[in-house]
Design a protein around this ligand. Structure first.
Ligand SMILES: Cc1cc2nc3c(=O)[nH]c(=O)nc-3n(C[C@H](O)[C@H](O)[C@H](O)COP(=O)(O)OP(=O)(O)OC[C@H]3O[C@@H](n4cnc5c(N)ncnc54)[C@H](O)[C@@H]3O)c2cc1C
Ligand code: SF4
Length: 562
């Protein structure tokens, strides 16, 4: 029998990351009583180690083999000795895949702030060529909202989060409310100018959630480098020390940590969500909290897992799944094509990769395929952008030995590397379901993830490699190397789409305010509502949509509609 908390809340928010942090801030500051359930432990500045050199760590950050014993998937990317215990233990909380469709579900955090602790901070708006892409090329569905509806929320979120960037006037990559951009290096400037001049493509300073001006008590970035280890000056955006902290400071938000949400509890007679059943990760005991409305913000797969685990006789295939669409149309950017090349060093001093201070970001190459005013590109639908930066290292490959080698190795080598991030078409046969045979250590059924690339993605990856070479060559780079791995295993980080929004309840799970069509007081405000997955990174849009949906929810509560 689950123990019930005595207090009843206005709203329960599950998950404290990018979306959950904003939901709590918006609702608690408006006076609603919010209960925030997060599966992770609390985050604090004491955990931040961005200034700690590797030699001060117990294992000098050479722990790949040790981490593999508990985190074989997480340790592939962004999870190292500095931050390992922020991440899920893959053995205690597994997921499964068909043997012929490997999927690397990395970036599973178990700490306040979720993925925003370690994210890359790239923050780009979508445009109507994304929201209405189906009308342009005939594939899939349009979003049930357009740029005009979300624009004021982009403004609001950007002003609070603090996004550095430059005004460029690119129609398909709208400008925002920017702090001054992080300046480009000489090599990045050269790359930018020559690519524009020779190919007409836009290479712009990265738009990123790193402050260049003080904001709400947070200090500007001092370019120490490894943001993914935390930031004592709070100069990048992490919901743990921004939105969640504000919500708690309002006095209206209660954070319950180590609370692994298992299922949404229903009042079947009234067809209303009445609360959430969670497992206390420390005691392994079940507990219940109740509220007038429930918002899931646990990250796409985790939120949909909760809905699938909440099946009832009325919703035997998962809660709010009368459409049968829940779990389908999984997307996650493809990013296995790109390239690098050498540029003149212009007297830049070399530094040891990963060691020296450096600016947190370089450049973004805006999408240039299938733009609304251009004829359709023949090889694939939609498009991709590149993230990139220059780095100056020692000449490790210098020939010779002795004094000559010592001298040669000090010669700086500057490279620019760019990595493509491409849109994946939403397809029915990319989906998640519950694995009937596997449970995690909390006895909660786990997900089975079915995800593979189609022809469109494979052709796009090839073009990411080819076009990277073309641009580096146009910029005059030497020793150009390109890569394209169309058969690489599918990656996580930007998963979306598995509880899609739409106007038609027969073809979608959520309406344009991320409210389930089936249950009025149940919302899913993370990226699972995305109707498609434009190539720009998703988190700015996750946050803007979430605030918009919270405003709608408050209106509905006031009107007594919920
Ligand atoms: C290494 C890395 C780099 C990235 N770089 C970028 C980037 O440059 N730009 C960009 O736009 N995006 C980036 N992303 C993605 C970005 O971090 C996510 O899009 C964003 O954080 C998702 O927000 P969310 O609220 O859905 O989930 P999260 O931020 O992941 O938060 C989910 C929270 O839910 C909690 N939770 C999970 N399951 C449960 C449960 N059952 N019960 C209770 N709580 C639960 C977790 O503990 C976590 O705190 C990156 C991600 C990673 C991992
Ligand atoms: S580079 Fe800037 S944002 Fe990143 S950890 Fe250092 S000070 Fe913080």
């Amino acid at each position: 029998m689950a123990q019930k908390t005595k207090q009843s809340y206005d709203v329960i928010v599950v998950g404290s990351g990018a979306s959950g942090g904003w939901a709590c801030k918006r609702l608690a500051e408006a006076g609603l009583k919010v209960c925030l359930l997060d599966a992770g432990r609390p985050q604090s500045d004491q955990n931040f180690s961005e200034h700690k050199p590797e030699f001060e760590l117990k294992y000098r950050n050479r722990t790949r083999e040790i981490l593999r014993k508990t985190r074989p998937i997480q340790s592939i990317f962004a999870c190292d000795e500095y931050t390992a215990d922020w991440f899920v233990n893959d053995l205690e909380e597994p997921y499964t895949t068909p043997s012929d469709k490997p999927f690397l579900w990395m970036g599973r955090l178990r700490i306040t702030g979720g993925r925003t602790n370690v994210w890359g901070r790239v923050s780009l708006r979508y445009s109507d060529s994304d929201f209405k892409a189906a009308s342009l090329d005939g594939y899939g569905e349009n979003w049930p909202l357009g740029y005009k509806e979300i624009e004021p929320y982009y403004d609001l979120v950007e002003k609070y989060v603090g996004i550095t960037g430059s005004v460029e006037g690119i129609e398909h990559l709208p400008d925002g409310q920017f702090q001054p951009p992080v300046p480009l290096t000489c090599q990045e400037t050269l790359f930018r100018n020559r690519v524009k001049e020779k190919l007409g493509r836009f290479v712009i300073p990265m738009r990123s959630a790193n402050l260049t001006r003080p904001l709400n008590g947070r200090g500007p970035c001092h370019y120490c480098g490894p943001c993914e280890r935390g930031c004592m000056t709070h100069s990048y955006f992490n919901s743990a020390f921004t939105t969640v902290a504000d919500a708690l400071a309002s006095g209206n938000c209660t954070l319950i940590s180590n609370a692994m949400a298992y299922k949404v509890l229903m009042d079947a007679d009234r067809n209303r969500a009445r609360g959430v059943l969670y497992i206390d990760r420390n005691t392994r005991q079940p507990r219940e909290v109740s509220a007038r409305a429930v918002i899931l913000c646990a990250q796409s797969q985790e939120s949909v897992r909760i809905l699938l685990n909440s099946a009832t006789p009325q919703f035997p295939n998962g809660l709010a799944n009368s459409s049968g669409v829940l779990g389908h149309y999984l997307t996650a950017h493809v990013r296995s094509g790109g390239g690098s090349g050498e540029f003149p060093s212009f007297d830049t001093k070399p530094y040891v990769e990963g060691g020296g201070p450096h600016k947190p970001w370089g450049v973004y190459v805006a999408r240039f395929r299938n733009l609304p005013k251009d004829p359709p590109y023949k090889k694939f639908l939609r498009g991709f952008g590149y993230e990139g930066e220059s780095a100056t290292s020692f000449n490790w490959g210098a020939p010779g030995f002795g004094d000559a080698y010592k001298k040669a190795v000090l010669e700086p080598r500057t490279t620019i590397e760019i990595t493509g991030f491409g849109e994946v078409l939403p397809r029915w046969d990319n989906f998640v379901e519950l694995d009937p045979t596997v449970k995690d250590v909390y006895e909660i059924p786990v997900l089975k993830i079915h995800m593979s690339d189609g022809e469109n993605e494979r052709a796009m990856i090839q073009d990411m490699g080819d076009s990277a070479g073309e641009m580096l060559e146009a910029a005059g780079a030497k020793n150009i190397r390109t890569y394209a791995h169309p058969s690489a295993p599918r990656w996580a980080l930007h998963e979306a789409g598995i509880a899609r929004m739409g106007g038609d309840p027969k073809k979608s799970v959520l309406n344009q305010f991320q409210q389930t069509h089936d249950i009025k007081n149940l919302f899913v405000m993370d990226a699972s509502g995305f109707t498609s997955s434009p190539c720009q990174n998703p988190t700015l849009t996750i946050m803007a949509l979430c605030v918009r949906s919270c405003d709608y929810l408050m209106g509905e509560l006031k009107r007594g509609e919920i």
